[in-house]
Design a protein around this ligand. Structure first.
Ligand SMILES: [Zn+2]
Length: 340
């Protein structure tokens, strides 16, 4: 089969002919129909993910068709359309058995890092990770569900617990996660201020329901956030950018406000005043991806047309290098998808 292989971190994506993998007893072999591309791929490729090892086949946002299954697999069968959660979890620890498997205490790693990913025609995936897809969701749209929609779904519903009428800032609103975060927050009855750089991204944010947009290339967005909320500040910030926007995000929070941190690609440290944290009873929360149960909920929302996957282009595997370059320059709006 054709696959894009990274032989050394920082090196090229090499198009190679490699053997089709064989599923282990608990795995399914999946014919990859779509694999979305995201910033995390660049982090891995650049050698900035500590436990990653070469050679490596990237690709963790997957949709495809089950081709074959291992001897122990009975939850999916050949011909099933599927997507997958991203994490390899133990299934036995206290977090796994209480529905919080993304913080598994015996975490085994990531699909597309610690197992070969879907920048390839086929991949093997633990069957426990797979969620079936209805016929009505095209593969390209399905490939963005687990991460680009699932991540903000978990962050907004389980971590921020957004309530109707609350005001929510989404930073990095024009990207893959942000465009779906806007839709989800609106679906939950919140008012949304979308922050990103460039009019094209902000126009899409408005189209998706953002009540206010702010071009972050101008200045600190907290002034606008205060104006928008009669000086009160916002109840929730969904922080998809990280260090770069953290100060403005914090200055935008209302008393009792919650900030959920999802993005970390612009730095490794955050600083906050403990006095301000105490005086305002701010909550700063981390949020990690999406559980399998939540993924089934998100698939249902997409199938019902409540959330529209934002796929702004589909490309053959050969285009992956060019897509990575555009991603590096922050040029990609929504998600782009490879179709191996
Ligand atoms: Zn576990």
């Amino acid at each position: 089969m054709k696959a894009l292989v990274i032989k050394e971190f920082g090196g090229p994506l090499l198009s190679e002919d490699v053997p089709v993998p064989q599923p282990e007893p608990d795995e399914a072999l999946v014919r990859v129909k779509a694999c979305a591309v995201d910033q995390f791929d660049l982090t891995i490729r650049d050698g900035k993910f500590p436990t990653a090892k070469t050679p490596i086949i990237l690709g963790h946002e997957i949709a495809g068709v089950v081709e074959a299954v291992g001897a122990n697999v009975d939850n999916v069968k050949p011909g099933d359309r599927v997507t997958s959660t991203l994490y390899l979890t133990c299934g036995r620890c206290r977090y796994c058995v209480t529905g919080r498997e993304t913080i598994c205490a015996d975490f085994k790693g990531y699909i597309g890092i610690h197992t070969p990913g879907a920048y390839a025609e086929y991949t093997t995936i633990p069957a426990v990770n797979l969620v079936k897809l209805p016929e009505s969701i095209p593969f390209a749209e399905a490939s963005v569900i687990a991460n680009a929609i699932g991540t903000p779904y978990h962050a907004l519903t389980k971590r921020a617990k957004v309530q109707p009428g609350e005001r929510v800032i989404v930073t990095g609103a024009g990207g893959g996660v942000g465009t779906h975060a806007i839709q989800l927050a609106k679906m939950m009855g919140a008012f949304v201020m979308a922050v990103d750089i460039g009019e094209e991204k902000l126009a899409l944010a408005r189209e998706l329901g953002a009540d206010v947009t702010f071009d972050a290339s101008r200045e600190d967005f907290s002034t606008t956030a205060r104006e928008w909320t009669n000086s009160e500040g916002v109840e929730v910030v969904l922080e998809l950018v990280g260090t770069k926007t953290f100060e403005s995000s914090l200055k935008s929070l209302a008393r009792g406000g919650r900030m959920v941190i999802v993005g970390s690609h612009t730095g490794t440290t955050l600083s906050a005043s403990p006095q301000a944290m105490i005086a305002n009873e701010w909550e700063i929360l981390g949020s990690r991806n999406v559980t399998k149960r939540e993924l089934t909920e998100v698939v249902a929302l997409v199938a019902a047309g409540r959330i529209k996957p934002i796929v702004t282009g589909t490309y053959p595997l050969e285009e992956a290098e060019a897509l990575h370059q555009r991603l590096r320059k922050q040029e990609i709006i929504g998600r782009v998808v490879l179709e191996p």
